[in-house]
Design a protein around this ligand. Sequence first.
Ligand code: ZN
Length: 153
Amino acid sequence: MKQSIESFHLNRFQEWVADLKCGHVVTMRHNPPYQDCSWVGSAKGRQAHIGDIQECVNCDMPVLPEGLKLVEKSSLYQQDTIPDYLESGYTTDAGVWARVIVKTGLLQFIVHSQPATGFILDEYLSGVLSPGVRHDIKPAMGDVEFYIEYYGE
Ligand SMILES: [Zn+2]
């Protein structure tokens, strides 16, 4: 979904991040020739790009329906303790929604809907699992800590 840039801030890796109108963020990496963000280092450059339109993949994340109750919370998983069943084609029980919450690091989250969509989860973006849909939940790079909340009616 296309969203406009409202402001910029530095993340904890000292990278410039664009704050989008939808509330999601996009890291502005200078990566020529694919992405030219040389302007992002200067206040003037950032000011000139307020209002720019960015594609926000995070807007494609399913939304947890309102009114569900938290029924279970998993233990804290790390990159080397992720259960195998989560890593390839995990589907929740019938009628059960779930939310993947990352405490530290980055997690790869693939939703096998039509078409399949991939997300990188971090402490700001949690993943939502819809019932009946397969998901892959894998470490993206380096250390990661996360847990899963299960919701039902
Ligand atoms: Zn968004």
